[in-house]
Design a protein around this ligand. Structure first.
Ligand code: AHR
Length: 513
């Protein structure tokens, strides 16, 4: 870790200088934006064991289930208050033919999931299974349509099948057991169309988008929110061309950003040193600059912000767990992932003028998952706990905070803040704080504009042990839980100030009244 100027000054005048931070919380600020709950969205793809084993075990499974959905997962997901779920991919979406996933199970054709390990997909989880899952949990479905290998007619008919009250598609749906249409708001028109979604140029894709979007209709009061396939992290040209060429019949433009240092050597999810930890944090928070740059381009073409930016895939991407299928992207999840989640969500909470959705990849058993399953066992990951603790920000009014912008540089030269904070206001004021330091506690004076805190409560998430060992902590099968939130009590109230002490590598969410 390289020292920045402020850190060097601190070193000269005593380390306590930096470990003591004043954060002004402007809870009286007027006209602040709402943090859309969709910032806390999720993604579930037909990839590895995300759908099968993860969400769906089938009605005849010995694993306790609710109509085929695993019961333990349903209960855990309910707690998270997941607002939106993107499905069926990812890369899988551009090879998915929805008609294969409807009708009697025995008649559904099998296909090879060529993107993800060549696994045979039996299509037992299809449109009905997905939309019923969302309906049961009050989740807004986000359908990702096939542009790469499908046709305009196929996607148009899928929309009709899901949302129209009458006509041939509605009859077919009724024959398959569902008379009333579902409500489907979000429709992705292709995924990563620059890559696995067809290797298109932005110019060619813009034309394809316009064509496909034309025929995806609004039926019987259902209003589609159409999303164009957007850029991968630093591809600003894609955003520029799309914004220039697609001016109507579009509600959102997507963006994908994964926290991975080196695609050739991604590193272990649980075995890493301090340098690797700070490198990952630096790479994760670089999303702020990437968001800023895409937003600036969108502002040029769309100053009135009619088109939203949706980060519909994000999260950490490490080597798969030893002995697992490399195409199944199954990775463990440590306190490092929790820190990435906390710091990223604190950033997203402040970008909501343009950023209206973020879907972490993925819900279960894939990449930075909330949940891991093995047979009848389930593990809630450190990332799950951050999402549960942070769900207080969903649809709350953003509260600006001001603080010294002190940062450190990781080994690869990426900057990351020494403290990450965001706040919001609903029935109470909530402040979420993350102290990334492996070895330094931080005392934070939260100074409110007017509020004199009377009742404060909170939760803290941190690993077991000391130093980097605590950051490597993760939850394992067999009830070996090393990271789960506990009540947080290390604060003192004094007038308009709340003094909080954050232990090293910890995430805290406070409720202040
Ligand atoms: O989330 C895994 C994959 O990452 C998705 O299928 C794809 O869209 C992205 O490249």
């Amino acid at each position: 870790m390289k020292k920045t100027l402020t850190t060097l000054i601190a070193a000269l005048f005593g380390a306590a200088l930096l470990a003591q931070v004043k954060v002004a919380v402007h809870e009286t600020a007027a006209d602040q934006p709402v943090i859309p709950k969709e910032i806390y969205g999720q993604f579930a793809e037909h990839l590895g064991r995300c759908i099968y084993d993860g969400i769906w075990v089938g009605k005849d499974s010995p694993i306790p289930n609710v109509d085929g959905y695993r019961k333990d997962l349903v209960e855990a997901i309910r707690e998270l208050k997941v607002p939106v779920l993107r499905w069926p991919g990812g890369c899988f979406a551009d090879e998915y033919h929805w008609r294969d996933g409807i009708g009697p199970l025995s008649e559904r054709p099998k296909m090879i999931n060529s993107n993800w390990g060549g696994t045979v997909e039996d299509n037992s989880f299809g449109t009905h299974e997905f939309l019923n899952f969302c309906e049961m949990l009050g989740i807004e479905p986000y359908i990702s349509g096939n542009v790469g290998s499908g046709s305009v007619e196929e996607l148009a008919k899928w929309v009709e099948y899901m949302t129209a009250k009458g006509g041939t598609m509605a009859d077919l749906r009724a024959a398959n057991g569902r008379k009333d249409p579902w409500k489907v708001k979000y429709l992705g028109v292709g995924n990563e169309s620059w890559g696995c979604g067809g290797n298109m140029t932005p110019e060619f894709y813009s034309d394809q988008y316009r064509r496909y979007a034309t025929y995806c209709r609004n039926y019987d009061g259902n209003r589609l929110y159409k999303v164009a396939s957007g850029a991968s992290d630093y591809d600003y040209n894609w955003t520029r061309v799309l914004m220039n060429n697609v001016r109507s019949n579009i509600s959102g433009l997507s963006l994908h950003y994964y926290t991975v240092m080196n695609w050739g050597h991604k590193g272990s999810a649980t075995d890493f040193d301090e340098d690797e930890y700070y490198d990952i944090l630096g790479k994760a928070v670089e999303i702020e600059e990437v968001l800023h740059n895409h937003e600036a381009i969108m502002d040029l073409y769309d100053p009135n912000r009619r088109i939203d930016l949706l980060l519909d895939e994000w999260g950490t991407w490490f080597d798969v767990e030893p002995g697992t299928n490399p195409g199944h992207l199954y990775q463990q999840n440590s306190m490092r992932d929790a820190m990435v989640a906390a710091m990223s969500l604190n950033i997203f909470n402040k970008h909501t003028a343009r950023l209206k959705m973020a879907n972490i990849a993925q819900m279960v058993n894939v990449l930075q998952a909330m949940i891991l399953t093995k047979g009848s066992e389930i593990v809630l990951t450190p990332t799950y706990h951050v999402f549960r603790m942070y769900n207080v920000h969903q649809d709350a009014t953003s509260v600006p905070v001001t603080m010294p912008s002190d940062s450190l540089a990781s080994k690869s030269g990426r900057l990351f803040p020494t403290l990450s904070v965001s706040a919001s206001k609903s029935d109470a004021l909530h402040v979420s704080l993350a102290n990334p330091s492996v070895d330094e506690s931080k005392t934070v004076d939260l100074e409110f504009d007017a509020l004199k805190p009377a009742v404060v409560s909170g939760e803290i998430l941190r690993g077991k042990g000391k130093g980097i060992e605590a950051v490597k902590s993760h939850n394992e099968f067999g009830g070996k839980t090393a990271v789960s939130p506990v009540p947080f009590k290390d604060f003192k109230m004094s007038g308009r100030t709340l003094k909080v002490t954050l232990p090293p590598a910890s995430v805290v969410v406070l409720e202040v009244r």
